[in-house]
Design a protein around this ligand. Structure first.
Ligand code: WQD
Length: 343
């Protein structure tokens, strides 16, 4: 019999790619999503890619009763991967209460409902933002976490603390927190990818929208950082590599291979690229010129962030194998499909 995994936020960017990898690894997938920042069309696209239609339930996880009901229906699930959250850094600064309310109510209701039904395995979608401004590079999982700059980032840090308390209080509940660096790219089919709401905050969707003519010009936020070309360095990771890591993490919990009831893993490539590196690669891959201009620094940006990938390699046997060019060409392919379909 197939093992059932509940994927909250499974119509979103990373959730949908993970649902595909789960299906391809013979899991039965139930997607819970409120569609606040995604589309139900994702379900048919997952079918198109995998030949399987995951079960879909539109539910607001802030609603504890509704959450409890849906977990009652799917109490035969063996684990939960929790993506459902608001994620826009800038918006979280404007609307902190909305972020704290949404991200914590949904997390707490999910944890409560799943443990009520003995679903004791949990994967959390965390972020390298929990490291704040790191004092050591590459960043290992032992680096101290710091209060992140944004309320969004803080919801990830506090969520990890909640998981720490909760796993310690329970004999049976185990969790893995996966700390993503900078996920970009899209599924090679071009069927699914990132769907930014409004003006993108993040570099890659801003680049592809500029190249597609949706935005006039990319603003490069600062070239006076202490890096090789003055622009900040990040660890960009292909979303398909990221998705595969979730499947491995789930299997680790199901096989009870975890060494602690709460484990943390960085998900990055370990290789840092500057903003100008990304722009130059984009121009090479697409054989076109990008309209950009250097402007002042953006609040909260750190000069350099890249992962130590040793722990994930050693304990999960996972490492990313898709290159920057592949990340860029798949992002561009997705952007072009998006424009032609007008989603
Ligand atoms: C990358 C670089 C910008 C846009 C954020 C969140 C983090 C995680 C991933 C998860 C920086 C520069 C960007 C633009 C630019 N979120 N840039 N012009 O800030 O590393 O991480 O996304 O959900 O928590 O903080 O990623 O893609 O925004 O920026 O010059 O229009 O690109 O200054 O140096 P970041 P990013």
């Amino acid at each position: 019999m197939r093992s059932k995994i509940i994927v909250t936020g499974g119509c979103g960017y990373i959730g949908s790619h993970t649902a595909i990898e789960l299906i391809e690894n013979d899991f039965d997938v139930v997607i819970l999503d409120d569609l606040s920042n995604s589309t139900e069309k994702t379900i048919s696209r997952i079918h198109k890619i995998t030949g399987v239609t995951p079960t879909f339930v539109k539910v607001d996880l802030k609603d504890s009763l509704a959450t409890s009901k849906v977990f009652e229906t799917h109490k035969d699930a063996v684990g939960v991967i929790h993506f459902a959250a608001h994620k826009a850094v800038g918006e979280s600064v404007q609307k902190p209460l909305m972020y704290y309310k949404n991200n914590f109510y949904s997390l707490l209701n999910t944890l409560e409902a799943q443990s009520e039904h003995g679903i004791n395995n949990f994967i959390f979608s965390s972020s390298a933002t929990v490291y704040g401004t790191p004092n050591m590079l590459p960043i290992t999982e032992n680096n101290e976490t710091q209060r992140p700059f944004s309320p969004y980032g803080n919801t990830k840090k506090i969520a990890e603390e909640i998981l720490d308390d909760f796993t310690k209080s329970s004999d049976s509940f185990s969790a893995i927190s996966l700390r993503y660096f900078n996920p970009i790219g899209a599924h090679p089919s071009g069927e699914i990818g990132e769907l930014p709401n409004g003006i993108p905050n993040n570099l890659m969707p801003y680049i592809t929208q500029t190249a597609a003519g949706v935005r006039d010009k990319l603003m490069v936020y600062g070239n006076d950082y202490p890096t090789k070309d003055g622009t900040p360095i990040r660890d960009y990771i292909h979303v398909v590599d990221l998705a595969k890591a979730h499947v491995i993490a789930v299997k680790r919990l199901l096989k009870k291979e975890q060494e602690e009831s709460l484990e943390f893993f960085n998900l990055g490539t370990g290789v840092g690229y500057s903003v100008l590196d990304v722009i130059n690669s984009f121009e090479d891959v697409t054989n076109s010129k990008l309209n950009y201009e250097i402007t002042g620094r953006r609040d909260g940006d750190v000069p350099q962030l890249y992962a130590s990938t040793d722990l994930a390699k050693e304990k999960l046997g996972w490492s990313a194998d898709r290159e920057l060019n592949d990340m860029i060409s798949s992002s561009w392919n997705w952007e072009q499909n998006l424009r032609s379909k007008q989603n």
